[in-house]
Design a protein around this ligand. Sequence first.
Ligand code: TEU
Length: 560
Amino acid sequence: QNAPAWWSDAVVYQIYPRSFADSTGNGVGDLEGIRSKLDHLEQLGVDVVWLSPIYRSPQADNGYDISDYRAIDPLFGTLEQFDVLLAEMHARGIKLVMDLVVNHTSDEHPWFVESAASRHNPKRDWYIWRDGIGDREPNLWRSAFSGPAWSKVATSDDPSDSPGGDQYYLHLFAAKQPDLNWENPEVRAAVYEMMNGWLDRGVDGFRMDVINFIAKVQADLTGDSTHALMGPQIHDYLQEMNAAVFAGRDADLITVGEMPGVSVEDAQLFTGADRLELDMVFQFEHVGLDHGPDSKFDNLTLQLTDLKASLGRWQSGLAESGWNSLYLGNHDQPRSVSRFGDDGEYRVESATMLATILHLHRGTPYIYQGEEIGMTNAGFTSIGQYRDIESLNWYAEEVAAGATPEELLASLRIRSRDNARTPVQWDDSTHAGFSSGTPWVEVNANYSEGPVNVAADRAAGERSVFEHYRRLIALRHGSAVVALGSFTMLLPEHPTLYAFTRTLRDETLLVVGNFSSGEVDVAALQPSIATGSLVLNNYPGHVTVDAPLRPWEARVIAVS
Ligand code: TEU
């Protein structure tokens, strides 16, 4: 058995920079804004910050469309400010993980501009170009942001191209996000060189955007989008990247691959320590349980038994080899308390219960900005309030197909990515203290009515969500059983109780969480709860360890 990796007791905090803190008053968060909030992160106790993209970008997808991997977008600041931020984070013992978006670039990246210029350009093959079939796209692949995954470029400056010069390029996301051709070794070398540049600058690793999409079966013509990802070359690419970028560096780095559609069997391969690919992956199974298979906007009611079955299978699947990442929310998902909890009467209880359940699993927990104070979905009621390209494209497509605005808005209200992108609510001053100007997207009204904001939460004493997160993080840091203990799910068929144990040598923790606004009896649980001692719970005041769980209550109990 190898020594446990340094990140087995680490907690990561995700910053979505445009919504975190704005220092200039232009309505968009920035690097200096982050720097002004480092006390907040240090007090919370997180070990690592994952920063969503800050590179130069036309911002068609809020920075996930990069036109220069080596520059900071002026919207966010300068390279000098970046270096200062990095140094100050390191001085506080916080590592910085960058977002790495290399499945695609912006269409304004010089590589694509050259590639699109003519069929004979040396960079033509850096992207994926195909002839159409008649006047149709090369195949039936669809963009994640609605419409076909192919767009035609009609402008060829090379006379020898005409009239057959028009070709389609592949974009699995927006038309402004052309997919790089990873089959071309020059592309791979350019990406590795860029990654090495950031590591040499001092960053501590990468969160790799849709990294399982870099390998595709390019010859597929069926339109079955499963061929657009997880091609057989994926393991070769990641091992090659590891050797070219990470091998031989002695710093404590972290790599996490975002992988929609990844199975637990795939994840064993991606994260097995001896395979030298990635430290961990973000999987999507548990965030797919409350919507239909065809569209993320087909909302279904989540069954707790399904959530337990899914997360439980990932716990056992990666028990012997590999490692889990643990998350309930991020910038693409609805707010976790609105989705899995009760964001009304029991907002504080359910936010802290959800955090307890998640953080007591085996793996590396990720906190999404605002989650640590129980921020809720945006509550937008008109399409004009939305900014997200995915939401806007879907809305336009569905309206054109005859859907009513009312039903679409009802869906967006539950599912839109903008739910998690409203500005962090720092206090009850104008715009929640996020910006002195007009925010790029509206602040959630509950910053003053709730009030849901950092200042109010931190003044809430025993009912502070932040304080509860702080205790969970401290618990993981100080407890080997939380970091490394084995996981056993209990009562998988129980409809409202989430219960499991964590065990390391002679130490066992019993973790219980009530996913309902009613009471749940736990007296009959095995191992016996009655003789245990309370390690942590989320209600103020004394509690008997085996008393029924109150609405959305969680308890962690030492039972050995
Ligand atoms: O997301 C990839 C992804 O598959 C989805 O979560 C996506 O956000 C979409 O909602 C599918 O319905 C990553 C980034 O996290 C996301 O912000 C980017 O828009 C996307 O890649 C493209 O870079």
